[in-house]
Design a protein around this ligand. Structure first.
Ligand SMILES: [Zn+2]
Length: 680
């Protein structure tokens, strides 16, 4: 419905706008904060539309606190830094009743009083913010940051419905900084993740991450779509208003337009506070938002001041953490998943149970040893919980409930994805699929194959690899060498020039050093250094493939476990096929035997000594010519290139003369050494 404001004068508009803003603020407070709307959504929307129409006609009448101004700011380039005049400290933790009683004892001792009154509030699992109001108008919103410096998220907090742009009521302080937690409701979190999943976007791990990610958006329009809430729990700087009790602050915050923790309560002593903690724990899943504990604060503000704070945390407050929630269920199956790096992970599938507000039906069992430790079998009753409130885990088996029909788990000896061999090396917890063409690992393996230290193929990034694999263009890294330009042109954002370049880069990589190729194959535990050792020793991939495990283990720098891993890799028929494909494509798998002496002046010389030298012992003479690249066999043969003759030569001289090999005396020998700086 269109609202006609064409006949409204400037004067009338001004008056009507004031009225509308007041009404809208009041009703949104009833709706968002108190949850007790007095008018229908339709009536509210009509008032809002009228407000927008009037503001469009008279832009000079738009005020920053108008309900229309929640979303309006342009995306920011980056967040400005905000310094908190009064630091936003974190809280110390308590995990059980004893911790709470110890806290109470400390407080009493330091305050010098017999009994302390506390306030308990639910501890929200969200992102702490500080909202500054001057003369009742929202002027700044900042994240907690490190407690001293936060980020300016003013434009974003303005989009949150239960943060008033203008404070309510008549007793508005000159300045007040309201502190609270920005949260996302569990159902909104689930919906958001569903939407993201549908769009192929990464999911948020939990409502807290979703709330933080949504608030810290450079574009406030995104924040506005995210259904965030804020629960106020205290104040920072305040000018023009005095409080005596913390609970009084909470009530005041509610009066001026904020939501506060539901069921916040005053407790006459710590025992009552402990009872409250038990109450909240029992009801933790009934709240629409995630709460991870209870905050217990000294109610008397004078006492708070007296107690003060350490560098990190106030001495007058503590956070009681909810114990992880546990549930019993029955394991129906243990399946095995294969990760991107080939690791096999057993996962327990059990009857769905609710844990900390969400339904879970599976938990990772990490590896074979963990299964043995737990002695978990299919059909077992087990106790599960959420570790760190996020990932479900199996805590223990309820062995009393065993019937004898439970089936022990055995790690498969074939990969459940590709059927290739799996290997668990001595000393390793993980069992791995070692098949280079395993579909579960293919993307990761190609990423590795093209990397700089490996085949160093430019212009092929992870995104392109994902596309090529998903479209079925390649099934393993050897397929790269068979890619055609037409294949590449089927991909998104691919033009003929780029396709040519990619093909060229792939073809140019065929002659990489052998060590790069060995490293690129992705043999578990074979890093670049090991690859270099192998290349240096064998000079050809075939030689390495034919080497025995014992032989490999004898290479200095390669241990028996790595040797086994190398042998396992090359023993796999599937891997042999991939290597065959590489060879057929023309990838170089051997290199010329290069000695390190190749460029030295006496390289290719084979020098034999006979008779004694006056200037040095024979061993020294040999050492010097070896340093110049020569070999120094002990006997004369057809391959000998030079014989150095000293005093009292033996039969070697005769043999040399017989074979027509050049001979020189000591003087000439020294001359030779001088030429190359080995003698002075
Ligand atoms: Zn596999």
């Amino acid at each position: 419905m269109k609202i006609d404001v064409s006949n409204v004068t400037h004067e009338e508009a001004k008056k009507r706008l004031e009225e509308l803003r007041k009404k809208l603020r009041y009703h949104s407070y009833l709706y968002y904060v108190l949850n007790k709307p007095k008018i229908s959504d339709y009536e509210y929307d009509m008032m809002f539309q009228e407000l927008l129409a009037l503001e469009r006609k008279f832009p000079d009448l738009v005020t920053p606190d108008s309900p229309s101004q929640r979303v309006g700011a342009e995306p920011a380039k980056e967040f400005k830094t905000v310094y908190h005049k009064i630091p936003m400290l974190s809280l110390g933790n308590a995990f059980d009743d004893d911790d709470l009683r110890a806290f109470d004892k400390r407080v009493k001792r330091e305050a010098g009083v017999e009994q302390i009154e506390y306030v308990t509030e639910l501890k929200m699992d969200g992102l702490a913010v500080s909202i500054r109001y001057e003369k009742g108008i929202l002027v700044q919103g900042a994240t907690r940051g490190d407690g001293i410096r936060g980020e300016d998220v003013t434009a974003n907090v303005r989009t949150i419905r239960d943060i008033p742009l203008k404070l309510f009521g008549d007793e508005i302080p000159e300045v007040i900084e309201v502190r609270g937690e920005v949260i996302m409701y569990k159902k909104d979190f689930e919906e958001l993740n569903k939407e993201r999943e549908a769009k192929g976007e990464p999911l948020f791990a939990n409502p807290r991450n979703a709330a933080a990610g949504s608030l810290r958006q450079l574009d406030p329009k995104i924040t506005a779509q995210r259904k965030l809430h804020m629960i106020a729990y205290g104040i920072g700087e305040v000018v023009g208003k005095e409080f005596k009790k913390h609970f009084e602050i909470l009530q005041f915050l509610q009066k001026i337009g904020f939501r506060i923790s539901p069921e916040a309560a005053v407790c006459p002593d710590i025992e009552e506070a402990i009872r409250r903690c038990k109450y909240y724990t029992a009801h933790r899943n009934e709240y629409p938002f995630g709460a991870d504990g209870v905050v217990i604060k000294v109610n008397d503000l004078e006492l708070q001041k007296k107690l003060g704070a350490t560098f990190h945390e106030p001495r007058w407050a503590i956070a009681y953490k909810f114990p992880p929630e546990e549930a019993e269920t029955v394991v129906r199956d243990i399946i095995v998943q294969v990760g991107r790096t080939g690791k096999l992970t057993p996962v327990a599938i059990f009857d769905p149970v609710e844990l900390e507000g969400s339904i879970v039906s599976r938990a990772t069992l990490h590896n074979e040893d963990q299964i043995k430790r737990l002695d978990i079998r299919i059909g077992d009753h087990v106790i599960v919980r959420k570790a760190g409130s996020v990932i479900p885990e199996v805590v223990r088996v309820v062995k009393e409930k065993r019937t004898g029909k439970e089936i022990p788990f055995k790690m498969p000896d074939r990969c459940p994805v590709c059927g290739g061999p799996v290997v668990r090396l001595p000393g390793e917890a993980a069992t791995r699929c070692i098949n280079a063409s395993c579909p579960a690992q293919v993307k990761e393996r190609i990423v590795h194959f093209v990397s700089r230290e490996a085949m160093d193929i430019d212009s092929i990034g992870e995104k392109l690899i994902n596309q090529m694999v998903d479209k079925g263009l390649i099934k393993d890294y050897a397929d790269l060498y068979y890619l055609k330009k037409d294949d590449l042109l089927k991909l998104e954002r691919m033009g003929p020039l780029l396709a040519d370049k990619i093909i060229r880069n792939i073809q140019n990589s065929k002659n990489r050093p052998l060590a790069n190729l060995i490293y690129a194959l992705g043999i578990f535990q074979v890093g670049k250094h090991t690859a270099e050792l192998l290349a240096k020793k064998y000079h050809s991939l075939d030689e390495i493939m034919n080497a025995s495990e014992e032989e490999l283990a004898q290479i200095e720098g390669i241990g028996p476990i790595t040797a086994k891993s190398i042998k396992d890799f090359f023993s796999s028929e599937l891997n042999k096929k991939v290597i065959e494909k590489l060879k057929e494509a023309g990838v170089k798998t051997e290199e010329e035997v290069k000695t390190e002496n190749e460029n030295l002046p006496l390289a290719n010389e084979k020098i034999v000594f006979t008779g004694a030298l006056k200037s040095m012992p024979r061993s020294k003479a040999k050492e010097l010519v070896r340093e110049l690249g020569a070999e120094t066999p002990d006997t004369v043969s057809k391959k000998t290139t030079l014989v150095v003759v000293g005093e009292d030569p033996g039969s070697k001289l005769e043999k040399a003369q017989k074979l027509g090999i050049k001979t020189i005396g000591e003087e000439e020998f020294l001359e030779l050494l001088r030429r190359y700086g080995k003698w002075t």
